[in-house]
Design a protein around this ligand. Structure first.
Ligand code: PRP
Length: 272
């Protein structure tokens, strides 16, 4: 079994990528002729594209990296935060952010706002891949390699569970390889949503029922969801509910520890 056996189809071939990178390199070199450009690579997915792109630029470049992480579990992009900052002071410099893929746009939108505040001379974005269907935050991508459909892609820097980044092309991962991970992360998200009171018990139970009915879930996840429904009881009945022990046990099965925050009781002023 090789990595290639996990790929359902090649979406962008090695040759197509190399031709596009050369074309982008020419355009960027023309646009910044006579200037020095600071390339900022977004860790980690962008490094393959960045290392090819920079060798197709015939203007002087400098290089720096930034790390941004999303809180969202699994493949869903959630809120983002800076985990590794630049070493370079970008004030007064021409900056080009290099990214492997733009999905919801949350990462880039956060990054652009963060970098703009540091007053670069100019700030543009270059992304190899763009999934416009998935956009949640409107952003301008100045240089785009390929617009692609909403498929689960890996390779040329893009990963699944940190694997496949070293494939020389962009391919679609076979569905059975990621489905289980997606369902597990959805279970975690819904359990956390319930515990954080963003979801009602009825909504959690409805979601678990639909997931059991619609998805081809693994035996382990099926047992988990059935146990969740059994513990919750009959909607509408007097004992419809989950105890703290139920939640702790269920979360424990997902490898999560349930932490309960308590707030000290503050007495109203003047109260006895
Ligand atoms: C991916 C990708 C982008 C981001 C795009 O990074 O490299 O940075 O998601 O998603 P968005 O448009 O929805 O914000 P990921 O968090 O997977 O990290 P990685 O670069 O280390 O693979």
């Amino acid at each position: 079994m090789t990595m290639q056996d996990d790929i359902a189809e090649i979406l962008v071939s090695e040759e197509q990528i190399q031709a596009k990178v050369a074309e982008l390199g020419r355009r960027i070199s023309e646009d910044y002729a006579g200037e020095e450009l600071l390339l900022i690579g977004l860790l980690r997915g962008a490094i393959v594209f960045l290392s090819d792109l920079m060798r197709n630029l015939d203007i002087p470049v400098r290089l720096d990296f930034i790390g941004i992480s999303s809180y969202g579990a699994g493949t869903e992009s959630g809120a983002v935060r800076l985990v590794m900052d630049l070493e370079t002071d970008i004030a007064g410099r021409h900056v080009l952010v290099v990214e492997d893929i733009v999905d919801t746009g949350k990462t880039l939108s956060y990054l652009i706002e963060t970098l703009k505040a540091r007053q670069p001379a100019s700030l543009r974005v270059c992304a190899l891949l763009d999934k416009p269907e998935r956009r949640q935050v409107p952003i301008v991508v100045d240089y785009v390699g390929f617009e692609i459909p909403d498929k689960f892609v890996v390779g040329y820097g893009l990963d699944f569970a940190e694997g496949y980044r070293n494939l020389p092309f962009v391919g679609v991962l076979k569905e059975h390889l990621y489905r289980e991970v997606l369902i597990r992360s959805a279970i975690l998200r819904h359990m956390n949503g319930y515990l954080e009171r963003e979801l009602s018990l009825q909504e959690l139970v409805d979601w678990a029922t639909t997931t059991l009915a619609e998805n081809d879930v693994s035996a382990e996840d099926e047992a988990f969801l059935q146990d969740l429904l059994a513990r919750a009881g009959e909607p509408g009945s007097a004992d419809f509910g989950l105890t703290l022990e139920d939640c702790a046990e269920l979360m424990g099965r997902l490898g999560q520890e349930l932490r309960v925050r308590t707030r000290p009781l503050v007495r109203a002023e003047g109260a006895g």
